[in-house]
Design a binder for this molecule. Sequence first.
Ligand SMILES: [Zn+2]
Length: 148
Amino acid sequence: MPYIPKDDKKSLDRSIAHISTELRKGDFRGRLNYTISSIFSTLLQSNGASYALINDFIGVLECAKMEAYRRVAVPYEDGKISANGDIYPPANTIQTHCLDCSEKSAVFSKNGLCLTCVMKEAGFDESVRVISPQDIDIEELANTQSEA
Ligand SMILES: [Zn+2]
């Protein structure tokens, strides 16, 4: 949670502005890592190494990462989806019911049919509830069964 009280920011903002100015000069990646690692090192030296400190520091990094993702990366990615097109189906169009029998299911064929309807279409009657994982080609299996 980077949204700290104004008074807490006051004592940090000048140092942050200075570091930010330095990081803007060229590739920031290694130097930002150095900055964060150096801050961690000074915290370890002043507080002593402990699981609690290590856990707290890593937790802060993780929360800062997630907030940056939530506030900056998500809107950026959404803009790229609008500009270049999506690759995922919209969440509100993910299929939940069979297009033929309207039964709720988790798995559908390419044509939007549930397994029962796929098997019915392939010639199985409703008494068949299970097929073997080896039965890859249901239609061929149905033809074999109807010949027998
Ligand atoms: Zn169905």
